[in-house]
Write a protein that binds this ligand. Structure first.
Ligand code: ASP
Ligand code: MG
Length: 401
């Protein structure tokens, strides 16, 4: 018998009616003879609401307590889904991350799954039960409740599928992976397949469909992942290893990220030890820096710009204030209003001229760029939010996205 791991996102379990609908879909698949393991997110906007309550109390809530708080959201949805299934005559049982033993490491609110004890789950499946696991949460070595970062239920599902050697199906409120987020560009095309590599770049560049860590886990353990609409009746997109059946386009997709901020450091002594010290300090707070660019020195001073999650801006600026006191030439500016545009395509590895074409498009449309970074299969640009729509449309048209 094959094990299927399905994940339902917050919208899919957002109301009691939707929970009942999801329960029916799970029951139908179970009735076909499959072993079902279900991961759910918190209902609707629950997690957002929990977080805002904490921030009503203080601008800097304790991270351990935030994890305890956020983990309650999924505890509600797993129990309700299990109640619905039991009422329909199926045997379902819900488990929190702690109970399953989803073991994590790393800091609170950004932990990573390191292992899962699948003993309980297999036992329950053997008894014919449907197992429902809370997404997004785990427990660390100190026995503390942890969470995996916003959107982390995807990672719970993929990690479970890897551990159980199961099929993984992610059900969400969009019907697959598009070349561009259709809410930003309604003409975007749905992809039948996408490689792990491209999806990872898309997800880490802000394509909000999947938690990017989930793609890393999928790629590492070669778990094919279906992303589809929560009704389960429309073909979605399969994320899998690149093979010959897949087209190697120069550009497969365009991701837009408005969740990042930019900081520009001015008057930094052109001394690698000082620069290293600044970035080591930022890294020690687990602030994930994304793009970086540095100017050539003028009077032995450089400017350095970098991007970071908006949510880490406060912490980063607090740290940088210390350098203002230490280095008299030093100052910084922070920009909360930026957009990062990334074009991703495996075909970039073999086709040249993509960067040139992109520059041409940006120039023709008068779009100013403040930072550019490239990888083998991605080019990212920081632009002004006012230029976002113009840029998306021009790129989509040129590359037929
Ligand atoms: N409920 C969590 C969040 O809103 C996890 C998830 O939805 O995947 O981020
Ligand atoms: Mg999600």
């Amino acid at each position: 018998m094959s094990i299927i791991v399905q994940k339902y996102g917050g919208t899919s379990v957002g109301t009691i009616d939707r929970i009942r609908q999801v329960a029916k879909q799970i029951a139908d698949r179970k009735a076909l003879g499959n072993d079902m393991v279900i991961v759910v997110s918190a209902m609707g906007k629950t997690t957002d609401n929990l977080i805002s309550m904490a921030y009503e109390l203080t601008p800097n809530p304790d991270k351990r307590e935030l994890d305890v708080l956020m983990a309650t959201g999924e505890q509600v949805s797993i129990a309700l889904l299990s109640i619905a299934l039991n009422d329909m005559g199926y045997h379902a049982v819900s488990y929190t991350g702690h109970q399953v033993e989803i073991k994590t490491e790393g800091i609170h609110t950004k932990s990573r799954i390191v292992d899962i004890n699948d003993g309980n789950i297999l036992e329950e499946l053997n008894e014919g039960k449907i197992v429902i696991v809370a997404g997004f949460q785990g427990v660390n070595e100190e026995n503390e409740i942890t969470t995996l970062g916003r959107g982390g239920s995807d990672t719970t599902a993929v990690a479970l599928a890897a551990k159980l050697q199961a099929v993984c199906e992610i059900y969400t409120d969009v019907d697959g992976i598009y070349t561009i987020d259709p809410r930003l560009y309604p003409g975007a095309k749905k992809l039948e397949y996408i490689s792990y590599e491209e999806m990872l770049e898309m997800a880490s560049s802000g394509a909000g469909v999947m938690h990017s860590r989930s793609i890393e886990v999928a790629e590492k353990y070669k778990v094919p992942v279906l992303v589809a609409l929560n009704t389960g009746d429309i073909p979605g997109t399969i994320i899998k290893e690149l093979d010959n059946s897949m087209e190697k386009s120069a550009i497969t997709g365009l991701a837009v990220n408005s969740d990042e901020a930019m900081i520009t450091l001015n008057g930094v002594p052109h001394d690698i030890k000082i620069i290293a010290d600044i970035f080591t300090n930022i890294a020690s707070k687990d602030i994930n820096i994304d793009m970086i660019s540095q100017t050539t020195p003028v009077h032995k001073l450089v400017s350095i710009s970098f991007t970071l999650p908006k949510t880490d801006l406060y912490q980063a600026t607090q740290l940088l204030d210390l350098y203002k006191e230490r280095i008299f030439t030093f100052s910084y500016e922070s920009f909360e209003n930026i957009v990062k545009l990334s074009v991703v395509g495996i075909g970039m590895k073999s086709q040249s001229g993509v960067a040139a074409k992109m520059f041409d498009i940006l120039a023709q449309n008068d779009i100013a760029v403040s930072i550019i970074t490239t990888s083998e299969i991605k080019i990212s640009y920081v632009i002004n939010p006012e230029d976002q729509q113009k840029a998306i449309e021009a790129v989509a048209k040129e590359f037929d996205l």
